[in-house]
Design a protein around this ligand. Structure first.
Ligand code: XBP
Ligand code: MG
Length: 256
């Protein structure tokens, strides 16, 4: 009897308590804005380099804008020095902020409802991204207002980690800030390096592949779906946080 009570409480403990969101590609299709701004900076500096979509799809496997430029310009002669890369990155992010103020990319389907419903039901919210703090703020301010930070227990950006995705550091740090464990928490990612990062941190992951990762291998994700439009409209059946929580609990208990 004692043993089955212990077992029951162990299973009950495996409930959905937190959601952690990646940013670029998961909340919104932002990578075309980043790409446009990288190219604008190269052009203004008089460089012949231009990142087209085909090239950018490969470059995106290096996460972080500075790291991406460093890896690309390593091949040029002479390679760009550290200060030039830092200055390009500052200019790229300033361009990104201006673009988002003018025409912010739409949130992906289901994101706003999912965040608002989770908040209403007391599920903790977190962000784990390799993008810069200013880029995150530009996107969140435009869709959630300038007080958005109050609703998130954890916000981890590129500047805060030593090792960017696919290293798990961003997710480990977000879990610490949220005071949750990986067994309580669900991550949302759009890219292969992002899924790897969350899985290495021990999280359950739902992948919603973004434009640049449509043909990537998402076999490590626990679920891979087109988007997060889980919630009822006039015409679709009800599917929301309770269903997501049931799915999560079933998966956790199956792994227990
Ligand atoms: C995706 C990225 C980012 C952006 C550029 O981040 O790799 O590096 O392309 O951001 P996410 P910065 O983890 O949100 O998917 O230039 O600010 O580094
Ligand atoms: Mg992403």
């Amino acid at each position: 009897m004692k043993q089955s009570q212990a077992e029951a409480s162990r299973l009950c403990a495996r409930q959905l308590r937190g959601l952690i969101f990646d940013v670029d590609g998961t909340l919104a299709e932002t990578e075309e804005v980043h790409r446009h701004c990288f190219n604008a900076v190269f052009e203004a500096a008089g460089l012949p380099d231009h990142w087209d979509q085909q090239l950018y799809a490969q470059l995106l496997h290096v996460t972080g804008g500075k790291e991406r430029m460093r890896s690309y310009f390593e091949r040029s002669t002479p390679p760009l020095d550290k200060d030039t890369i830092a200055s390009f990155h500052t200019r790229k992010n300033a361009c990104y902020a201006r673009r988002l103020e003018d025409t912010p990319p739409a949130l992906r389907p289901g994101i706003k409802t999912l965040i608002e419903s989770a908040k209403a039901q007391g599920i903790k919210l977190g962000i784990a991204t390799t993008t810069s703090r200013s880029n995150l703020a530009a996107l969140m301010n435009s869709h959630f207002g300038t007080r958005w930070r109050d609703d998130f227990c954890a916000v981890v950006c590129g500047e805060m980690v030593q090792r960017k995705k696919p290293h798990p550091e961003a997710y480990v740090m977000a879990l610490q800030q949220m005071q949750l464990t990986a067994q309580d928490t669900l991550a949302f990612e759009d890219s292969q390096p992002g899924v790897d990062s969350a899985k290495e941190a021990g999280l359950t992951v739902i992948a919603t592949p973004s434009l640049y990762f449509k043909s990537s291998d998402f076999s490590r994700a626990d679920l891979c779906i087109d988007h997060l439009e889980l919630f009822p409209s006039d015409k679709t059946p009800a599917l929301g946080i309770p269903q997501l929580a049931d799915w999560f609990k079933g998966l956790q208990n199956a792994h227990a």
